[in-house]
Every structure is written in C-alpha cells, then in structure tokens.
Design a protein around this ligand. Structure first.
Ligand code: G6P
Length: 614
C-alpha cells in the first residue's frame, strides 16, 4: 500500500526514481511524486499514474538533471482524496524539508491541531503532512541538532505505522529513513544506495539488500549506511542476497501482469514443490518447519488467519488439514481475529498466510497469537517480509513476484503449500506411507493438467464475450470447490467491478436462489466427487428458474452438456487437488470479462496489492 523509492549516489536520480515508482505502482497508483535535491529541494507531484508525473514534469526534470539524490512515492489514498496536493512528497513552509510516508499516523488529528495552534499551515488533507511540520518544529526548537536526532525525536510523538523517508537541503548529503509497521529495504550498490518499500525496484540495480526491522532508523549517505533503533541503539544488519531477476518482474510478452501470472502457474507449481517433494521416496521435506514438525503434529488445534485471496487458500487449508491430518482447524479473517479477544494460547498453532507478508491485519493477528503463547507459522511469498520474519517457523511459496493486484499464482502456490503441510502432518499418524506417496504423485501431475486448462483460453474468452454485460454473477461449489467458488467471485468483482457472490451450492436455497432469473449467470463447479449428484440437482434448480449455467466439469462428462449453457472441461483429479485446477478457468474468465469491459486488470480501482493499513 503506497510505494517508496529513494536514491543517493552519482547518477541522475530522477529516472531511477520514476522507474522505481513504475515497478511499485501495483502497491498504489492514484498519485505519484518525487523530490530531488541538488542545491535546493524541488518537488514534483501529480494525481494519476507515474507516467502522468513523468510527462508533466519533463521540463523541470531536465533542469534538475544533475541531481543525484531524491525520494519518490506512489500513493494509495487513505486520508484525503487522490489529488496533486495530497500526493507525496510533503514539504515544510520553507520548502527545505521533504518527506514521503507509507502507513497511517493514528494521532495525526491531535498533532495537527497543536501544529496549527503553533502557526503551521497545512496544505493537504493527509495524515502524513504532520510529519514534515513536526520535524520542522522540533528542529526550530533546537537548530543545532542533526537531522537523524530530529527525526528520532519526531517519531517519539507518532502513534501509528510508518515507512518514512526524509530529505533536506539543510543536510544535503543524506537520506534518513525509519520504519514501524510499513516495510523498507535498502539496496546496496557501488557508491550508491537505493531505498524502497519492497525489493521490486531494486533488482535492476543490485541484489544486495538490507531489510529494516520495525522500530529502526537508518541514515544513508553516498559512503554507506548506519542503522539504529529509534531509541538510538546501534544495530548489526545482515545483507540479504535477492534471488529474483528483472525478467521475473516484467511482463514477458503478455498484455498484463495478471495474464502472465495466470500462465506462470504450471511453472510456479513446480517451483513450490521443488526440493520439497521427493516422489521416489514418497517424502515431503519442508525445511522451514522441520524443527517444529513434532510440535505441529501435537497441536490441540490449528487456527489459520489471512485476508482476501489468502483467506480463501486458508479455507482450503482447513479442508486439507482436517481431511488428511485430522487436526481441528479454524479459519479466521485476520481483521476479526485481532479484535475479538480470541481464545488462543500454548498448544495451539496459528498459521498466517500472506502473499505480501505485510498485510497489517495479518501481522497484528500474528503478534497477538505469539503474545498468547501459540506457535506461529507463516506461509508467505515475499522473502524477507515482516510476517515471514516474525513467525516462529514458516515456508515460502516461491511463486516469484506477483505484480497484478488480483492474486492468482500466489493462491495456487499457497494451496500447494497447504497440501504439502497437510500431508507432512499426516505422516506416521493418519495416512499410510502408500497413501502419502499416491497423494504426492497426484500433486506432481498437477502442473501438466494446469497447462491443459490454459490451452482453453480462447474458449473461455468467447464465453467472457457472451457474459460480459451481466450485472451479477453467482458462483457455487461444494466441499473443496466451495472456497474456489469464493475465489472465482472475488476475482470477478476485483477486476471487472461486476457484483459477484460465492456460495456453498447447498446454501443457494437459503437465499441466493431468490436472485436467479434469466439475467443471472451461475457458475457451478461440478467436478466428479462425492457431491457430484447433489451438484447436478443444484444445476437443475438453477435451470428451472431460467438461470444461465456455466459449468466447470471434468473431461469426459458429456451429460452435463444437457444441463449447462456452457461447459469448461478440466482434467479429472481427486477432490483435494481439484481446486488447483478449477480456479484457473475462473481466473481466465474474470480476466477476459474485465479486459472486454475495458478495465485496468493490473490496477483495479480502489484496490492495492499490499494492504499495510487496517
Ligand atoms: C489485498 C490484495 C489481495 C490479497 C489481500 C491479502 O486485498 O489486493 O489480492 O489477497 O490483500 O494480501 P496478502 O498479501 O496478505 O496475501
């Protein structure tokens, strides 16, 4: 949520900042801005995309071509509508201090009142602007203080979350950054340093990075960086090597990141399993939890907390773990868990699932679970992310950077992770060696089946063309296919803005059936499992009310053609594996409906990839 970049070195800063912001646009994209420092501080900011800023600032940037340091921001509005004034950076009245900020200042209102009483004039409606005026005020009280100390003093007054960068003409050789609840990473180059809210803008410059932890502040100059806590205690930081390439964060010939990521799924499925599934021996080796496996197997119960698409993966986790390992599982929205005084403690295992590893509610759930003595396990995609670092143990999904806001490949990767975890928890307890080997063999055969589904893209696009003008969609599934119905509906609403609901098929008669008429497309996942006969009855119920049925069925099921207006065939698989396949046509359908409606699928309105505010 919101993106930060910074540069200090020997090269022209503006192109580096703008390029970095483009790589971060998936985090927020309603306005963007940069501040450059040569002899003086210059700020350029605009409502709209980074390209809009790039075009509108070209003359000024030419004039500032010699500036070799600066900071930049792409915004996802929380306080104040997206417009030029509310865009970051924010500057003080003298125009010699600029800040950019991710996160939310919770006590901004009282701070603002105090600052106004002191004569400060606020230009924007943002919470972030208090930071620059407070820095200015604290510095005025003690003009001999170094910037670092001023920032540290300022932060003592701040309640809430921040990823903060400060640039000032008064100390023109450094950038001061600080983090609490909103990620920041420093990229190390040769005679140059980069700052970003995640590693995506850094990979083209360096693969050596330092992740700041909560409560840390760094001073970055052309010669190096130093990290201390906000309380001024020096910190030893480890340099991490990034292991993803530029190619992985570019579109690679696809029209959108989302489509590229949908098509990457067979390869991602292999990546998730690589080194973890040992087919010949029928073994699963999950390095990140190996030392905790016995404790995990002895769990009284498992609670899984997540948000959005990750929450749908969590629901599948519940089905998988209960089915295979017979350990009771509860699934909670992280935002509900954190505020409902949950019963959780020693003996419980809490699993946090998060693509970004930064979602504020999921992070808060983690901290509560840990505080109360539960063993916390993370399933994250972004390496080095906060959730990944704060959990007791965990596993990376290895899906590679996911840029499209609507999650696709990260979801399938999470589900595979949960499938492997469920099997690992069953070993020596509820499943025989033979059963585990068979389940692993089926998992290993899934990427090829996924590839076959991707070959149906043109059929799915044609269906999208026939249904793109519908106002509502209903998605139905039973058992393992119920979370898939929820995920299919979420994909459609996120990117096409069509209202869509997912339901357990049997629940239809308790409400949604009232909505069904000839204008209501109903997507029914009708694969051959133990509820197949029941789902056929649900299709009949929809048909007899003139609903338009699009069925996801197994190859070879000719009967279903009689009942459904459209059928998308997927390969046969057991019920626990089917979600990995059934979700793919739903992703493609949502993608094509959205593009046919002219929507920006990679950057849907009002959404953000990484939600670091509550
Ligand atoms: C946002 C994204 C969703 C994502 C959710 C949870 O809403 O737009 O795609 O599923 O956050 O994110 P996480 O990174 O925790 O999986």
């Amino acid at each position: 949520m919101c993106g930060i970049v910074g540069y200090i070195g020997w090269r022209d800063a503006a192109p580096i900042l703008l390029n970095g912001l483009k790589r971060l646009e998936y985090r927020g994209y309603d306005s963007a801005g940069i501040a450059l420092l040569d002899e003086t501080l210059s700020v350029m900011k605009r409502k709209g995309s980074v390209s809009t800023l790039e075009e509108s600032s070209s003359a000024e940037r030419q004039r500032l071509a010699g500036a070799t340091m600066g900071i930049g921001h792409t915004r996802w509005a929380t306080h104040g509508e997206p417009n030029d004034v509310n865009a970051h950076p924010h500057v003080n009245a003298a125009g010699d201090i600029a800040i950019i900020h991710n996160g939310i200042i919770e006590n901004y209102s009282s701070l603002k009142q105090e600052l106004i009483a002191d004569g400060y004039v606020f230009l924007s409606e943002t919470d972030s602007e208090v930071l620059v005026h407070l820095i200015d005020k604290i510095w005025k009280l003690d003009p001999l203080l170094a910037l670092e100390r001023v920032v540290r003093r300022t932060l003592r007054h701040i309640e809430g979350a921040y990823g903060l960068c400060v640039l000032t003409a008064r100390e023109p050789d450094k950038i001061v950054v600080a983090r609490k609840g909103s990620p920041l990473v420093i990229g190390i180059g040769v005679g140059e340093f980069f700052i970003a809210s995640d590693a995506a803008p850094l990979v083209e410059h360096t693969n050596r990075v330092v992740y700041l932890s909560d409560g840390e502040l760094a001073v970055i100059t052309r010669d190096g960086y130093s990290v201390k806590t906000i309380e001024n205690v020096e910190q030893e930081k480890t340099i991490t090597q990034l292991d993803f390439s530029l190619e992985k964060i570019e579109k690679g010939g696809f029209e959108h990141f989302m489509l590229k990521e949908i098509f990457e799924q067979p390869a991602v499925m292999h990546d998730v399993m690589r080194g973890r599934v040992r087919l010949e021996e029928g073994k699963i080796s999950l390095g990140g939890i190996i030392d905790y496996l016995d404790r995990l197997k002895q769990a009284k119960r498992i609670v899984i907390c997540a948000c959005g698409t990750s929450w749908h993966a969590a629901l599948l986790g519940e089905y998988l773990i209960e089915d295979f390992a017979r350990i009771p599982v509860e699934v909670d929205y992280a935002s509900e868990f954190r505020y409902r005084n949950p019963i959780v403690g020693v003996g419980d295992v809490v699993i946090l699932i998060s693509q970004s590893g930064e979602t504020a509610d999921t992070l808060a759930a983690l901290r509560i679970a840990k505080e109360r003595g539960a063993l916390v396990l993370g399933i994250c995609n972004v390496v080095g992310s906060t959730i990944a670092r704060e959990t007791d143990c965990g596993m990376y999904t290895h899906a590679g950077p996911e840029i499209g806001v609507a999650s696709t490949k990260a979801f399938t990767a999470q589900v595979i992770m949960l499938y492997m975890l469920a099997l690992a928890l069953s070993k020596g307890r509820t499943l025989s060696r033979n059963e585990i080997t068979l389940s692993l063999k089926e998992l290993a055969a899934t990427p090829d089946k996924a590839t076959r589904i991707l070959e149906l893209e043109s059929q799915i696009k044609a269906i999208a063309g026939r249904f793109k003008d519908a106002k509502n969609f209903l998605y139905l599934g039973r058992g393992y296919n119920f979370p898939v119905a929820l995920e299919g509906a979420l994909k459609l609403k996120e990117i096409s803005y069509i209202h869509a609901e997912g339901y357990p098929a049997a629940e239809m008669k308790h409400g949604p059936i009232a909505l069904i008429d000839e204008d209501m497309p109903v997507i029914i996942i009708a694969t051959r499992d133990n509820t197949y006969a029941k789902i056929l009855s649900n299709i009949e119920e929809v048909r007899s009310r003139k609903g338009r049925v699009i069925a996801i069925a197994n190859e070879g099921d000719e009967d279903i053609k009689r009942l459904a207006e459209e059928v998308i065939y997927i390969p046969q698989a057991s019920a626990p594996i089917t979600p990995l396949l059934a979700v793919i046509p739903l992703q493609l359908l949502a993608y094509h409906i959205a593009t046919l409606r002219g929507c920006n699928v990679d950057r849907p309105r009002n959404l953000a990839k990484s939600v670091t505010v509550e």
